[in-house]
Design a protein around this ligand. Sequence first.
Ligand SMILES: [Zn+2]
Length: 190
Amino acid sequence: MPFRGPNFSCFSPISYYLLDNAYTSSRVHAALIEAYSICVSTCPGRHFRVMELSNKGGGSMALHRTHQNGLSADFMVPLSNRKGPVYRYARLGLWHYLLQFDDDGKLKLSKGTSIDFETMAQHLLALDDAALQNGLSIKKVILKIELKDDLFATPSGQELLRRGIYFAQALPPGVNAMHDDHYHVDFGLR
Ligand SMILES: [Zn+2]
């Protein structure tokens, strides 16, 4: 992935430049770029962050057992408060993984800031469209189980349900707890 594009950037220079964790397969690369270009019109003014993809050459990655084949990607949850998008915490880089949210998606550090579930659902819809256009499909989304009802309650979340995009139904507690500051997508080849 490029480090940045018109409406997105990678979340951590350390992850990107030192750990080399921003590589992915060519189809996923094309789908991610295309999804962000869809979001330019569906989420005007919104900036997105890509978290970890795969190592150059694939293979094992610290903390990310599933990201080995270039078909998985992590995305930072978009945040907002009553005034609009919040980007302050996006600058935490790798520390972002340590942010914690309650079961309604409110940031524990700052109750006025919460996950922007509608924007997140819009991005997933764009990813679904872009995946199909690049010979892929979304095989599975991992989001903390307790946050799924909040996502599905939004207008675009309803559309995710209607499309039957598969979300993990149960997760080991440690894995579940990790997936509140980011969502993980596994793509499958079609
Ligand atoms: Zn992941």
